[in-house]
Design a protein around this ligand. Structure first.
Ligand code: F6P
Length: 557
């Protein structure tokens, strides 16, 4: 057994969960009229109702003891202080320093004063953003830029793309596009309606070695030069966001057109750094700073609030309760806002790339579940797709409902209906519907007894299905900043309690390494050395791509 599962705090939670067996959420609400005020919390612009989780005051106190036992308060201090908490990569994880604002105290990390380095890059971004947005920055034929294409993948795409989609109401002047997939269709479809003379490419890659991003960037350059003709024009149309100046130069982008960030910014935490340039171009620098300020407000709360009244801590610990003690394997994120839908993919990367680990920081195998599968989508669409399984399926699926209280795009009664649906879903998951209630309902409809008996089991809802409800005043740069920072810190809390490193991602390396070999093998004939399945599939792909006539892939060899 691991140290964690042998620990007093862990065992106390295991005992507690067996004592709770048979308790329903409905009962907990009936027994305690102050449950809602006791289990709600405000942090920055966000309001959280966590009362619809199958927890009691004792659960929270035991979870708090677990967090203390696992050194969460010290870990929070270490992160904010710039200690090298990303141990397998010997780095700090200092995304919080990117959004501290001008009043922050100087902080030295790896021989560099972080606060002034951040301020300098923000200043350079501001100058550039103002030039492009005002039309002072001209393309090669002296026309102003109309379209920006961010080329990046993973953390160099998901965060900025999600935030831009959320902040559509704040976007003006420029059209911002995102290309991530190495499927040529993504780039081709994006460029189809664009004019090279008025398009700016932002190549976003922390390492500047990511194959997909480099190939997309090269193809974009070829597309651009087909019209612009002269390499000299590349400088007006390509900028880079990276930590790797030499690779940027090797690609052919002048480092004068590079906006730097640093090793201590993890890819999936990089939206707040130069990687956010596409967002700043879309919404302007003042609003980009408001986004940073929103995240900073959540940082302050996370850093200063006691664990028991700390939103990221509570959400992280309740997640641990579900995963490790109630057997949940997934976490649904359900924003009731069309613009927030892409945040699901960003939160998925944040959580799954950070906590999908099977060994502790010390390299010991874990004997407990770690990161949940994070998934979801916008309401009300999901109600007509996968909510059936949430209500009556055999898995326990904790859900986070997210609702802006005011719409930035009001239209008649739409927002009222949207809000009503979110509130109804939380209530339905919590209460469920008993056999007796179904029976009374069917009787009132005048249904015959035998028909009633047959239909009854299908109409019962078990209830006691957990959810959080997060309310934000409206979707604007400040609230979106706070919301994203909330999920970053929730992930950190979980990683810390599990004793794993939430800032590395070695699990993505093996596939990348094999792809480098296979891409060469697909280009040439000759023997390959893999298992029979992979070799067989390589052969079929080779045949399909070398033959002028596409083979019928359904036919036997
Ligand atoms: O998928 C692995 C990963 O390293 C992510 O962590 C990262 O965000 C993404 O690839 C892109 O990396 P880069 O910004 O270096 O191109």
């Amino acid at each position: 057994m691991s140290r964690l599962t042998r620990s007093a705090a862990w065992i106390a939670l295991q005992d507690h969960v067996s004592n709770l067996r048979g308790t329903t959420l409905r009962q907990l609400f009936a027994d305690d009229s102050s449950r809602y005020p006791r289990m709600t919390l405000e942090a920055g612009p966000l309001f959280l109702d966590y009362s619809k989780n199958l927890i009691t005051a004792e659960t929270l106190s035991l979870l708090n003891a677990l967090a203390v036992q696992q050194g969460l308060p010290e870990a929070i201090e270490a992160m904010f202080g710039g200690s090298p908490i990303n141990r397998s990569e010997h780095r700090a994880a200092l995304h919080v320093a990117l959004r501290q604002g001008d009043d922050a105290q100087p902080l030295w990390v790896e021989g560099q004063e972080v606060r002034s380095a951040v301020a300098n890059v923000l200043q350079r971004m501001e100058t550039f953003v103002n030039q492009v947005r005002s039309g002072a920055w001209r393309g090669y034929d002296h026309r102003a830029i109309t379209d920006v294409v961010n080329i990046g993948i993973g953390g160099s795409d998901l965060g900025p793309a999600a935030v831009m989609s959320a902040l559509r109401a704040d976007t003006e002047r420029l059209n911002i596009h995102y290309v991530s997939n190495v499927d040529g269709a993504h780039l081709s479809w994006t460029l189809r309606d664009l004019n090279p003379a008025t398009t700016l490419f932002v190549i976003a890659s922390k390492t500047f070695t990511t194959q997909e991003t480099l190939l997309n960037a090269h193809s974009a350059r070829t597309w651009f030069l087909q019209q612009a003709q002269d390499e000299i024009h590349v400088a007006r149309h390509f900028v880079a966001l990276s930590t790797n100046a030499s690779e940027v130069q090797r690609f052919g982008i002048d480092t004068a057109n590079m906006f730097e960030f640093w090793d201590w910014v993890g890819g999936r935490y990089s939206l707040w750094s130069a990687i956010g340039l596409s967002v700043a171009l879309g919404i302007g620098m003042d609003k980009f700073r408001a986004l940073l300020a929103g995240a900073h407000a959540m940082d302050e709360h996370f850093h200063q609030a006691p664990l028991t009244h700390n939103m990221p801590v509570l959400m992280g610990l309740i997640g641990i309760w579900h995963i490790n003690f109630m057997g949940a394997q997934t976490q649904a994120i359900l924003p009731y806002d069309q613009g927030l839908e892409r945040l699901v993919a960003h939160f998925q990367q944040l959580s799954m790339e950070s906590t999908g680990k099977s060994v502790t920081q010390d390299g010991e195998a874990v004997d407990y579940a770690t990161g949940a599968i994070v998934w979801g989508g916008a309401g009300t669409n999901g109600q007509h797709a996968y909510y059936q399984l949430l209500h009556q399926g055999t898995f326990l699926i904790p859900a986070d409902f997210i609702l802006p209280l005011a719409s930035r795009t009001p239209l008649g009664e739409h927002h009222r209906l949207l809000s009503a649906n979110l509130l109804a879903q939380g209530e339905a998951l919590m209460r469920g519907k008993t056999r007796d209630e179904v029976s009374v309902e069917l009787k009132a409809q005048g249904m015959a007894a035998d028909q009633r008996e047959a239909l009854l089991p299908h109409k019962v809802f078990p209830g006691s299905r957990p959810c959080n409800t997060l309310l934000l005043p409206r979707v604007d740069p400040f609230t979106v900043g706070a919301l994203v920072a909330l999920y970053e810190h929730r992930t950190f809390v979980q990683g810390t309690v599990w004793g794993i490193n939430p800032f590395d991602q070695w699990g993505v390396e093996l596939g990348k390494q094999l792809a480098r070999t296979i891409v060469d093998e697909l280009a040439h004939d000759g023997p390959t050395h893999h298992d029979s399945s992979t070799m067989g599939l390589i052969d079929r792909v080779r045949q399909a791509t070398s033959s002028p006539h596409k083979p019928d892939v359904r036919s036997a060899p």
